[in-house]
Write a protein that binds this ligand. Structure first.
Ligand code: FEO
Length: 168
């Protein structure tokens, strides 16, 4: 059984993960229109990962006798002109998601909900990886320089580490 407070915060996370999926979908479409095939593939893959995160929250809430609520999602908003700005926006968003996962950890400890505490550790680890991946991309971008986006776009998919549980 989940406490009402825990059920609510987990339901809010469904919305955040679904929004993330749509945000990366909008960014993938932007990159595709700009002619960056590799970057759009990376973002489309990220879209799927975020959807998988959302599904994990839905099934966990339902498994624990809560009621997962599928919300309306806000239209994703981002304004970027360059690839550097795009990945800065991705990192900023991931930091926001990390903060929301930390809020969940804080609440479940307060509520002494140790099973949710244990379950949510997967997301704690996932966020460390996601932020590290985007930082590695930004480092690579600095290295190749924005003037040589051809190489960056060609190689970006090699920087992708599969999410835990993906592909196995
Ligand atoms: Fe589901 Fe990228 O956080």
């Amino acid at each position: 059984m989940l406490s009402k407070k825990v059920e609510n915060i987990l339901n809010k996370q469904i919305e955040k993960e679904g929004y993330s999926s749509n945000l990366y979908l909008a960014m993938a479409s932007w990159a595709e229109n700009e002619g960056y095939k590799g970057i759009s593939d990376w973002l489309y893959a990220q879209t799927e990962e975020e959807r998988m995160h959302m599904l994990k929250f839905i099934s966990y809430i339902n498994e624990k006798d809560g009621k997962a609520i599928i919300p309306a999602f806000e239209k994703p908003v981002f304004k970027v002109k360059t690839v550097k700005e795009l990945f800065d926006a991705v990192l900023k968003h991931e930091k926001f998601i990390t903060a929301s996962i930390n809020d969940i950890v804080e609440l479940v400890l307060q509520e002494k909900d140790f099973s949710t505490y244990s379950w949510v550790q997967w997301f704690v680890t996932e966020q460390i990886e996601e932020e590290a991946n985007v930082r590695a991309i930004l480092d690579k971008l600095k290295l190749v320089g924005e003037a040589n986006l051809y190489l960056f776009d060609r190689d970006i998919m090699t920087l992708r580490t599969p999410a835990a549980g993906e592909g196995a």
